[in-house]
Design a binder for this molecule. Sequence first.
Ligand code: CA
Length: 228
Amino acid sequence: MKKVLILEDETSIRSFVVINLQRAGYEAIEASSGEEALEQLRKNPDIGVAIFDINLPGMDGFEVCRTVRATNKSIGIIMLTARTQEMDKVTGLMTGADDYVTKPFSPAELTARIDALYRRIGGEAGGTSDELRQGPFVLNTRNRTLEKAGARIKLTQVEYSIVKLFMQNPGRAMSREDILAAVWGRDYDGELKIVDVNIRRLRIKIEDDTSNPVYITTVWGYGYKWGA
Ligand code: CA
């Protein structure tokens, strides 16, 4: 199982991350201080991605990042930033970290970043690379199938392509034009309404309550957003 270290001193945030990492199929290793994180990294050299909170008592996240990077070039590092002011510092620190996520973040956002980082660093040890897991959904890109809470949902090829696009871009507002171009191709000159028609059908298949969609939400006057 792919290992992810989460360094965060606030127990509630750490537990929240751990639960969501486990749900996404990762083994989560916890640390509540920089010193503990370094110790865990020594004990678990197979940790592929580490998430470092910046605000910590004692050694801060930047220092941990620098220390780890000094001896380990291959590990993926994601910084957790609490405030926008920290973003500048993070940009300056990009020497060490690979990515950063701003609090508050959604579980889908964080796991998508970890997945992407794992792909980039080539840390795909298991055979899970053909599966996208978010919330109750598992999309198998080899078989082109979708499951919701273990039950197969029958999709057309177009619906499958839309779900795949969404699951690759969790939490991101996608315009109708983007969806049309990605699913139907840049040369398609049909109407944007085809997107809405397919979304409506998809909602019937995947939402618990189509009048109150939670997985595919409407971004008014723009398009749609996936959140699972
Ligand atoms: Ca903290």
